[in-house]
Design a protein around this ligand. Sequence first.
Ligand code: FAD
Length: 478
Amino acid sequence: DAVIVWLRRDLRLADNPALFHAAATGAPVLPVYIHAPEEEGDWTTGAAGRWWLHHSLGALAGALQECGSGLILRSGESLEALLALARGSGARAVYWNRALEPALGVRDSRVRHALQGEGIEVREYPADRLFAPDAVRTRAGAPFRVFTPFWKAALTSGPDLEPLPAPPILPPLPGNPATLPLEALALRPATAWDSGLRAAWRPGEAGARTCLGETLAEVAPAYARLRDRPDRNGTSRLSPHLHFGEVSPRQVAAGLEALRAEAPAAAPGAQALLRQLGWREFALHLLHHFPETGDSPLDRRYDRFPWRETGPALDAWQRGRTGFPLVDAGMRELWTSGWMHNRVRMVAASLLTKNLRIHWLEGARWFWDTLVDADLANNTLGWQWTAGCGADAAPFFRVINPVRQSERFDPEGAYIRHWVPELAALPNRWLHAPWTAPGAVLREHGVVIGRDYPAPIVDLRASREEALAAWRATVQNA
Ligand code: FAD
C-alpha cells in the first residue's frame, strides 16, 4: 500500500524523518503539500513569506522529480485533501513531521484522529527542533522563562545530532494523482515588488545547503566578533531556510559541531552560533508552553500599559522615514530584501515600542508581512523581549538609543550609506544624527533636513522620560 507524506514546513529531502521512513517501507510514496491558510490561525503566512513559499515549493517539486518522484499540490481543507488522496491512490498510511506552532498542532491532532477513524495509519515524527518540547524543564518540572538556565539544561540533556540522509531514489508516483499547478495557489505577488527578494535569496533546499556551506566556511569562524555588525556579512542568513524547513536545526548544529572539532580557532564562533539556535529553541519552548503569547504579553501587567494610538508615526516607521538613520536603513532593508539584521531589529523595535510607544503587535504585524523569515515563535519572542513584556526580557527602563547603537555597530556608516543614499555624502561624524550637523556641513554635502531626509519624528530624551513615567505608573506599580 502507498504511503502519503504530508509536507508542511519541512520542504527538504535530506534529514526529513517522515519522507525517510516512508521511503524505507519500500511502498510507493505520495509527497503532498496542501495549501490551507485558514488552518494557520491568526497568523497566516504574510506576503514575503508567501513569495518564499512559492519558490520553495517549486524547488521541492524539482528535487522530488530528480529523485524519480514528484510533488502533489492540493488546496482546501487538509483532512479532506488527505482523505481524497488516500481514496484515489489506495494509500493506507500518512506520515508527517510534527508542526511547531500551537494552531497547527491542534489541527494535526484533529486530522490524526479523523484519519485513524477511517482506518488510516498515521505516523508523526519529531519536529524541527533540537529538543522535544517537554524534554527541557526546571527542577520543579515547570517550563523555563529565562534563556541561560534553559539553554544549560537543554545542552546537558544532549541533543541528537545525527541527521538522516535524503532518500537517494524514490519510487515513481503511483497512478497519476491530480495536482494543482503552483500558480493556482496564488502565493506570488500579483505586482512585481519582489525584485529585491529575488536578488537577495535563493529559496529551496539547494539554496539552503549553499547558505549552510558558506556559513560554516566563512560566517561561523568570525561570528562571535561580527554578529552584531549590520555593515558586515556577519550572520548566517539561515532564518528563512530554517523557518520553511529547507534545512533542519539538526543539520546546522551537526555542521557546527564538526567545525568545532576540526578547526579549534573557529570554536568560539561555532559555539556562539549554536547558542543563537538555542534562542530559536527557547522561542519554541515559550510558544509551546504559553501558546497565548502570540497575541498577548507573557507579562500580563503590560495589558495596562498606555500604548499610543497609531498614526503618521507608524507610517513613518514602516517606510523608513523616522529621521534616525540606523532605523531607517533597517526598515528599508526589510522592505527591499525581506530581512533585517538582528541588532537593527532590536533598535527599530525599541524606537517603535518605547520612544513612539506604539503597541508591539503593530510592529510584529508589519514584520510578519514583510520578513521572509517571519516566524511566530521568533517574532513573538523578539518583539516581547524588546518591548519588555516577554520572557527574560530587556528591562523596560533600558531604552535603546538608536544614535549610540549606530555609532557603535555601523562605525563607518557603510550600512546607512547603502540603505539611506540621501545621506551618503555626509561625513561619519554627522551621519548617525544628521539633524545635529551644523548648517554649513549639511549645505556643503547637499542635504536639507526636512527636504532630503526627515527630521527626527520624536525627541529621544523627552519620549524616553514619558515612556518611563507611563511604565512606572502602570506596569511597575501594578
Ligand atoms: P544568525 O545570527 O545567523 O542566527 C542563526 C539562527 O539562529 C537564525 O537563523 C535563527 O533561526 C536563530 N536565531 C538567531 N537569533 C535569534 C533570536 N534572537 N531569537 C530567535 N532565534 C534566533 N527571527 C526569525 O527567524 N523570524 C522572525 O520573525 C523574527 N522576528 C524578530 C523580531 C524582532 C523584533 C527581533 C529583535 C528579532 C527577531 N528575530 C526573528 C530573531 C533574529 O533577528 C533573526 O533570527 C536573525 O536576525 C536571522 O538572521 P540570521 O539567520 O543571519 O541569524
